[in-house]
Ligand binder design. Structure first.
Ligand SMILES: [Zn+2]
Length: 232
């Protein structure tokens, strides 16, 4: 279900809507074994605080979240798009302190995401090949296979690749599969030096390691900028 935010247009304050706004807080008291439950209703508080202001609701645009830094860092700043159905705005999400609630604010501009690199997971690919086919494939052939994948990857533009999954820990990293014609071309390069049975096993290796972030898949790294809006 898409998330929504309640916005005060006058104060540029936003509240993420959801049951978490009613989750009680607990406070420990000296000498008392049980913590004190404090009832909360952040949505009611928000509406009361902005009672005389113009409020509207924004829906978070799915898949629009971008952020930099370590995915689990609670202090990291992220951006996403939200819309009221007519206009789409950029929302900045950040925290000023660890023990303070998350802040949301609308900032001017638009999020621009572009691919900056396409990489082969070379080290993991070589390791996996050695583990699965090491008895059939001598180390120089493992290297040639990895080099061939790298060569094809280097000739591809990010736009030519179909992303099949986004890294759940980093929305700026995604994975794409090599085309079947590239796989055939890579196997053809090794054909003169590899017995037919090994080639079949290599082909199976490719098929079995091409899901999600599997070692055969290419890693696309992206970067984002907030483009300033051109006001008329
Ligand atoms: Zn307000």
């Amino acid at each position: 279900m898409p998330k929504s935010l309640l916005r005060c247009q006058e104060c540029n304050r936003l509240l993420l809507l959801g049951p978490h706004n009613q989750a009680p807080a607990y406070r420990l008291r000296a000498g008392e074994p049980e913590p004190l439950e404090i009832r909360r209703d952040d949505e009611a508080d928000f509406r009361a605080a902005h009672a005389k202001h113009c409020l509207d609701e924004l829906r978070v645009v799915e898949g629009s979240v971008v952020s930099e830094g370590w995915w689990a860092d609670p202090m990291r700043v992220s951006y996403f798009e939200a819309t009221d159905g007519r206009e789409t705005v950029v929302v900045r999400r950040h925290r000023t302190q660890l023990d303070r609630p998350v802040n949301y604010e609308v900032i001017p501009g638009a999020i621009e995401v572009r691919a900056v690199s396409v990489d082969v997971q070379s080290r993991d690919l070589a390791r996996q090949l050695e583990a699965e086919l090491g008895s059939d494939l001598a180390p120089p052939l493992v290297r040639r296979f990895v080099d061939a994948v790298q060569e094809f990857a280097g000739s591809l533009e990010p736009e030519d690749l179909e992303e099949i999954c986004i890294d759940p820990r980093d929305p700026l990293v995604s994975y794409a599969r090599l085309d079947e014609k590239h796989v055939i071309a890579i196997l053809d390069l090794l054909r003169p030096d590899v017995p037919a049975e090994t080639l079949r096993r290599l082909n199976r290796f490719v098929v079995e390691n091409s899901e999600g972030d599997d070692v055969m898949n290419l890693m696309i790294r992206k970067a984002f900028t907030i483009r300033e809006s051109q006001s008329a």
